[in-house]
Design a protein around this ligand. Structure first.
Ligand code: PEP
Ligand code: MG
Length: 325
């Protein structure tokens, strides 16, 4: 099967009824990058920049960050890369970055909260990214946004850094796009503002699921108790797709659920056209897409999503559908 997936590398991911899907890969270290060729990913949908920090024994300096990002750009050869600004805290521990003990680290001082309170750290990273991206397209996204104004704060820092570099004559990126990760449920009640403010939105379904279901993603006792294919979560995702479509804001999803053919199929059925996953998942997901009749799936899935007294689960519906195709 591995061989069979390799043969699909250069095949365009398009459904039987002609709908094009973008398949991107998640990465975080230089060792991940050769997999972009091997998997046939269209680009990197999530680059977890905190990994460089997590494997270091001290804070990477600005020039080290810049060299690292430049290397990423060089290795992906013109394919799009979306860098996520530092997502420290919660399940992502940076040993030399000492924070006070927190009772609920997942709900604590982390990610963009920390970035806003420690703007020096954020500014240094933004400057390194802007310099590394000279002449190219820079796509950035902000983790754990809870209120749209946090994204505005980051944008203000970004503009400040860009102006600073311009003043000193550095080559600036040809284009800069600033996106938000949607992984905190509060954004569901700010969808229109979010879609207007963000250049793109990427659903972090691992955290969005954890916070929506109040189920710790790292706790086996509860993590598998609820199902990403359950109606509550899929209805939520469907509302996000509708808001993105209304605003014309590009939307993608980069959590684990994108990497399993059945859950990826559900995502396409509710309207996602771009998903990002581990490199190893690209082949299996692509082979599902090539056999999919999306109009047919939508006709079954969308009404079933709204059923209030369902006689079968969406997982059963999708599994039956997959078996019948
Ligand atoms: C997510 O939360 O779904 C996500 C993609 O980010 P991470 O798994 O790194 O938190
Ligand atoms: Mg996350």
């Amino acid at each position: 099967r591995q061989e069979q997936f390799r043969e699909l590398r250069s095949v365009v991911p398009e459904t039987r009824d002609g709908r094009r899907v973008a398949l991107m890969m998640n990465a975080g270290l230089l060792v991940d990058l050769p997999q972009i060729e091997e998997s046939g990913a269209e680009g990197i949908g999530l680059f977890r920049t905190e990994l460089q920090f997590m494997i270091a024994s001290r804070m990477p300096r600005m020039n080290e960050q810049e060299a690292f990002y430049r290397e990423v750009f060089d290795q992906v050869c013109e394919r799009p890369v979306t860098f996520r600004t530092l997502d420290i805290g919660g399940d992502k521990v940076v040993p030399y970055f000492r924070k006070a003990e927190e009772e609920n680290p997942a709900l604590g001082w982390r990610a963009v909260r920390l970035a806003i309170d420690r703007p020096g750290l954020l500014r240094m990273q933004l400057r390194a990214l802007l310099k590394a991206a000279g002449g190219r397209q820079l796509r950035l996204m902000v983790p754990m946004v809870t209120e749209v104004r946090e994204l505005r704060r980051v944008r203000a820092h970004l503009e400040h850094e860009r102006a600073h570099l311009a003043r000193f004559g550095y080559a600036l990126p040809a284009e800069v796009q600033l996106g938000a990760m949607l992984e905190v449920p509060s954004l569901m009640w700010q969808l229109d503002e979010l879609m207007a403010e963000a250049d793109f939105v990427s659903v972090g379904s691992n955290d969005l699921f954890q916070f929506t279901m109040a189920a710790d993603r790292g706790n086996g006792r509860v993590a598998d108790r609820f199902n990403a294919l359950g109606r509550p979560f899929l209805r939520m995702l469907r509302q996000i797709v509708a808001a993105a479509d209304r605003a014309g804001t590009p939307l993608t999803l980069c959590g684990e659920m994108a990497g399993y053919p059945l859950t990826a199929m559900a995502l396409l059925g509710i309207g996602f056209r771009s998903i990002s996953m581990s490199a190893a998942a690209i082949g299996p997901v692509k082979s599902m897409i090539l056999t999919l009749d999306l109009a047919h799936l939508e006709a079954r899935l969308l009404p079933a999503l709204e059923e209030t007294e369902p006689h079968r689960t969406l997982r059963e519906l999708l599994a039956d559908y997959a078996a019948s195709e």
